[in-house]
Design a protein around this ligand. Structure first.
Ligand code: GLY
Length: 360
């Protein structure tokens, strides 16, 4: 597959997504043409900075784009108000002004943190996403969700704030730890189940090539995911309706992730959550058992977990489900497949159904 450019259609806030093997070295030249900002702060965690910081900085420098690299410690533990405040001060100290911009280089934590910095520094400056994990390439870098965690819960403070451009370099996936890559695959499978049977069949057919990171297949896979995400976001930017389908697998998935004290990788918890949601769809009479089994088989074939760990406290999971931040007036919503490629959103799941799923 050749290089792809997609657009997230949001009127005068529309932006391009470039998907290309090796695009990192061309980010500077492309940004130089775009007139987004007079200078940039590149925000990256210390790990990604050591892997790709110099490539990006060189690309910017060679294109005559002024930029400074600012790092923070790697990991979800950095996605908090303290690191946010430290980075804000750094931006002020280096004299970033209203004509400046931010480049987020990294995974979901970096994109969320740097995006929220961009949304709030000087009441909002432009930003650009250069996602380096599969999860951020297919999901979090597109759509403008930014924010930080509080001790009370994940992503509780933030803003919808769209980037000006997204540069996806599929070559950087080669340095991603296998477990992180698989975590991204869970979100990839999600798109097939909620939206696109053909894409789901593509995943079944190309499982080995995807696991072997075959460039053209991986590029096609990422392109289809981003196209879907762009279509959903263009229709419902602020998650009032359609965008909620992107939470398939996340209600129970988030609860399992929290009950593991965040030791489970997000995508692995989502994989478990998707199988659980499919079981709820079956017990509600919405989805055929065979269809649900087909998805569980694919999730398993990729090497992702399908079952809640046996030693995990079920009551704790239930209490996290009840406090799901996407619930409305105390009512918990589930995204339930009716068949592969179609879902409905329901708040009619009973406690008995949840107990049944948690027993399995
Ligand atoms: N990750 C779900 C969304 O962006 O809406």
């Amino acid at each position: 597959m050749s290089n792809q450019t997609l657009t997230v259609g949001l009127g005068d806030r529309s932006y391009p997504i470039f998907i290309e093997d090796g695009i990192l070295v061309n980010v500077g030249a492309d940004l130089a043409k775009r007139n987004i900002a007079t200078r940039f702060a590149v925000i990256a965690d210390d790990h990604v900075a050591s892997l790709y910081g110099s490539t990006l900085m060189k690309s910017l420098e060679e294109a005559g784009v002024t930029a400074e690299l600012i790092t923070f410690p790697r990991g979800e533990a950095s996605k908090n108000l303290k690191v946010f405040a430290e980075l804000s001060s750094k931006l002020a100290q280096i004299g970033l002004d209203r004509s400046s911009g931010i480049i987020a280089l990294g995974g979901g934590v970096t994109g969320d943190l740097a995006g929220f910095l961009a949304a709030s520094y000087m009441r909002g400056i432009p930003f650009v996403q250069v996602p380096t994990t599969l999860l951020s390439q297919v999901d979090s870098s597109v759509g403008g969700k930014t924010g930080v965690d509080l001790p009370e819960g994940k992503n509780l403070v933030g803003a919808f704030y769209q980037p000006k451009a997204v540069y996806i370099d599929t070559a950087v996936l080669s340095t991603l730890p296998p477990d992180e890559y698989l975590g991204g695959i869970a979100e990839v499978i999600k798109y097939g189940v909620i939206w696109d049977l053909d894409f789901y069949c593509f995943l079944e057919r190309n499982l080995d090539a995807i696991l072997a990171l075959q460039p053209s297949i991986v590029q096609e896979m990422i392109t289809i995911c981003c196209r879907t995400k762009a279509a959903v976001v263009a229709e419902d930017e602020r998650e009032l309706d359609l965008r909620r389908i992107l939470n398939f697998g996340h209600t129970i998935g988030h609860a399992v992730e929290a009950a593991s004290d965040f030791k489970l990788i997000h995508g692995h918890a989502v994989a478990i959550g998707m199988v659980a949601a499919l079981r709820l769809a079956v017990s509600s009479g919405l989805c055929k058992r065979k269809e649900a089994g087909r998805v569980a088989t694919l999730i398993h074939a990729f090497g992702l977990p399908t079952e809640i760990p046996v030693d995990m406290d079920r009551e704790r999971i239930k209490s996290y489900i009840k406090t799901d931040k996407k619930s409305i007036s105390g009512s918990v919503f589930y995204v339930l497949p009716t068949t592969i490629g179609k879902v409905i959103i329901s708040n009619e799941i009973t406690e008995e159904q949840i107990d049944e799923v948690l027993k399995q």
